[in-house]
Design a protein around this ligand. Structure first.
Ligand code: HEM
Length: 425
């Protein structure tokens, strides 16, 4: 099935005489600020503005619904890698800046790992890496595979149709993250409710602030509990690191919040969308069924191809003037990169809007790049791999139980994915 790249919904604001007040734009600078309301998109449709900018204006200026002023948006693969590995773009400086953005509130906590720079950022990453060691990763892989087997068996023991998100891709990350972080299963319902509010794009700030305090209080209590009764989990190790003075309580709490929010939401969406993408590209599914050895490259291509979020993630602030793609980004300017757009860059990927499970051109940037590269990438790959391989093996006749256009997609939330995916086998 061909994915729609819709005609641009973004309006282009009138010509901008100056990039920043008082400073004329250089000859290579953009002359317009694109208004980017980040409209809701269904299925695997790709954002029309990103599609255009990566081809025509890889370093552009945008203004979104919330926040102040405008920000740079970098979309080309090569430039995205440049910006995200250049320490002259700071995350810590975003803390008190109301940078234009797509949500009324800041999704990432102020002391969160995503909004720190080296050396604090390096210290936090090292602590997580130590706690999430090889032994724990290997145990999680084996457990994930066994959990997926059980979840798929349960789904298939009932009469079709059944919702993949309900039976498999929703419960899976709950079990994995519950085990990894040592979160009691009885608390997952509450965490899911908080997740839905924090990741929404249209809930008022008063409501998100209350929920952020609730989730922080929850993890503070859990930390006290784990200090008294440590378990064999990442959270207990981080609590012990706090007791040694290696990280603060605020850092421990915001790190846990980031991990839980990402783990519960993204893996569910990603696994469900991957199955949808395969079932709506029957020739690709047939190739994978004929050669299951393709699975690792199939997972990578699906990660590249699926637009798993709306809009963009967190901005960075330039600490000095930096030239990117011939455009000067001035000290103090806010900059976003789009990993989604970079993964559809025609300079890197031939026919970028085509799903091709045999593709080998370049690594995808779905998990980001540079020092802030996603901490959950390995865990996500393990889960997606296990879901696809188990379904391929156990359900060779797997199909959508409704026409593709009847699949409902999540709305009003920053991450994209099906609301439900009714399957038959
Ligand atoms: C499909 C699944 C996922 C995708 C596509 C994804 C993508 C990303 C991206 C693009 C970033 C930001 C890179 C940047 O700031 O430049 C990121 C950061 C992060 N992700 Fe993920 N993620 C996924 C799953 C997960 C999971 C399962 C976890 C936790 C277990 C997780 C935890 C984090 C954390 C803690 C960060 C912040 C890292 C830092 O700032 O140093 N993510 N992720």
């Amino acid at each position: 099935m061909k994915e729609a790249v819709r005609p641009p919904a973004a309006e282009t604001a009138p010509a901008l005489p100056h990039a920043r007040s008082g400073e004329p734009l250089g000859p290579a600078g953009p002359t317009t600020v694109h208004y980017w309301p980040v409209e809701h998109l269904d299925a695997l449709d790709f954002d029309p503005l990103l599609h255009r900018l990566v081809r025509e204006e890889p370093v552009a200026l945008v203004r979104m619904r919330y926040g102040e002023g405008h920000a740079w948006l970098v979309t080309r693969y090569e430039y995205v890698k440049e910006v995200t590995s250049d320490p002259r773009f700071s995350r810590a400086l975003t803390v008190d800046r109301p940078v234009t953005g797509m949500t009324p509130h800041n999704v990432a906590p102020a002391r969160g790992i995503g909004r720190t720079d080296a050396p604090d950022h390096t210290r936090l990453r090292r602590l997580v890496a130590q706690a999430f060691n090889r032994k724990r990763a290997a145990a999680l892989r084996a457990e994930t595979e066994a959990t997926v087997e059980r979840l798929v068996d349960t789904m298939m023991s009932r009469p079709a149709p059944a919702d993949l998100a309900d039976y498999v891709s929703g419960p899976l990350p709950e079990r994995v993250i519950g085990k990894l972080l040592g979160v009691p299963r009885a608390d997952l319902g509450r965490l899911q409710q908080w997740r839905a509010v924090i990741l929404s794009t249209d809930v008022p700030v008063t409501q998100t602030s209350t929920v952020k305090s609730d989730i922080a209080a929850y993890f503070r209590q859990l930390a006290d509990h784990r200090l008294r009764e440590p378990g064999d989990d990442l959270f207990s190790e981080l609590a012990a690191a706090e007791a040694r003075g290696d990280l603060s309580r605020a850092e421990l709490v915001s790190l846990s919040v980031m991990i839980v929010l990402n783990a519960l939401d993204q893996v569910r969406n990603q696994c469900t969308s991957m199955v949808y993408a395969l079932l709506t590209h029957p020739e690709q599914l047939a190739a994978l069924q004929a050669d299951p050895g393709l699975l690792p490259s199939a997972v990578e291509e699906l990660l590249r191809f699926i637009p798993q979020r709306c809009g963009v993630g967190m901005p960075r602030i330039a600490t000095e003037d930096v030239t990117v793609g011939g455009v000067t980004i001035a000290a103090g300017d806010a900059v976003y990169v789009s990993y989604l757009a970079a993964d559809r860059d025609p300079a890197v990927f031939t026919h970028p809007d085509r799903l091709d499970l045999t593709r080998t051109e370049a690594p995808n940037l779905a998990f980001g790049h540079g020092p802030h590269y996603c901490l959950g990438a390995a865990l996500t790959r393990i889960q997606c791999h296990a879901v696809l391989s188990t379904l391929l093996h156990k359900a060779p006749g797997l199909r959508l139980a409704v026409p593709p256009e009847e699949v409902r997609w999540r709305r009003g939330t920053i991450n994209r994915g099906p609301e439900a995916l009714p399957l038959a086998w």
